[in-house]
Design a protein around this ligand. Sequence first.
Ligand code: PEP
Ligand code: CO
Length: 449
Amino acid sequence: MWSPSSWRAYPNAHQPEWPDEERAGAARAGLASLPPLVFAGEARQLRDALAKVAAGRGFVLQAGDCAESFHEFSAPLIRDKLKILLQMAAVLTYAGTLPVVKIGRIAGQFAKARSSPTERVGDLELPSFRGHMINDEAPTLEARLPDPERMLRVYNQAAATLNLLRAFTKGGFADLDQVHAWNQEFVASSPEGQRYEAIASEIERALRFMEACGIDLRSEPQLHQVDLWTSHEGLVLDYEEALTRRDSLTGDWYDCSAHMLWIGERTRQPDGAHVEFFSGVHNPLGCKIGPTASPEDVLLLCELLNPDRIPGRLTLVTRLGADRVSELLPRLLRAVRQAEHPVAWICDPMHANVFTTASGHKTRRFDAVMQEIEGFFAAHWQEGTWPGGVHLEFTGEDVTECLGGSEAVLEEQLDARYMTLCDPRLNPRQSLDLAFRVAELMRRYPSSY
Ligand code: PEP
Ligand code: CO
């Protein structure tokens, strides 16, 4: 029998070992007494939007930080991240002519599954940094100690972030009339920024055209507001359980920490705690699919996470690697299509394309990211399935973390503004460049829309 705590009887990888059980219990109880961050009805709306994606009538843009930070938290940082997301969505909607489902890796993305429990920092061997929900990145033993009260701080930061995002997206900032204003100064003069300006002007002209035809644009809320959904990897089950509530309208359980939750590559074991927990909540779910997943593994996950085959319930996020996507993806697509599971497929071109430079920076090449996306589109085209979106790590700041792009970031420049807490992120110019290229792919592979 499933319950919000039934996962505790299952093998649970990557859970923090809180040093003091009494304090951990108090933090869990504190969280459980707080209001939900999202409403079950919103999660159902997102599920319906993702059902259209599964049917080939929409495209997902899911993006944000690898790990959110307690230290880098301010209104301008949230605003600049939203700006680039809105710009990319405008490019994809206009050039790809499809509805774009916008999902942030935001307002909860604070925990990381690490491949090793310890890491070397200089001469020190320390417990790994595991995200601000668990510990701090400072290179001392004390900072690396898991602290359960951090879960309450995550809740508070997520609530403040979500509040600002709701204000921005519903209060005028995301109005299509602002399409030029989303271009940040340091991007506007670049080739991507100028290309964006051209599209923004075309969108403006299209709006004026509709107005001239007698359509009252002011009365069309879709032009003035945006739905931006939140998502994160549901890694720390103490946090997810405490925010799981029974919906008063349907009686169903929802994990009210975010609209959408995904299961990471390291915690998708079919008999593990994460699959058990997420099988019982009714949110739309993602599941990462890495290069070791066989067609049988993927079908079993579909059965466990979406036994009733509800369209929009399950999104499979493939992260196979630029070199391997063409070899590995077609048979996964075929197996799921033949079993008639209604999944949305989206491509994470980031996580299987990481490498460390001689200078010790973890990075990714823009070209490898694009190569994986192209392989993803080609495999779908070959199998008659729908390439339903992309899952990216990006930031609104002008960082130098990923290599390449049209005004290439070079290896010797990585040190200049390398700011990420975890994995390297695309900067705004690289993100826009990517959006234009994906829109071109969308045009090459027509949808059933
Ligand atoms: C991530 O999304 O940041 C991540 C760690 O991905 P994966 O589980 O696919 O490795
Ligand atoms: Co990452």
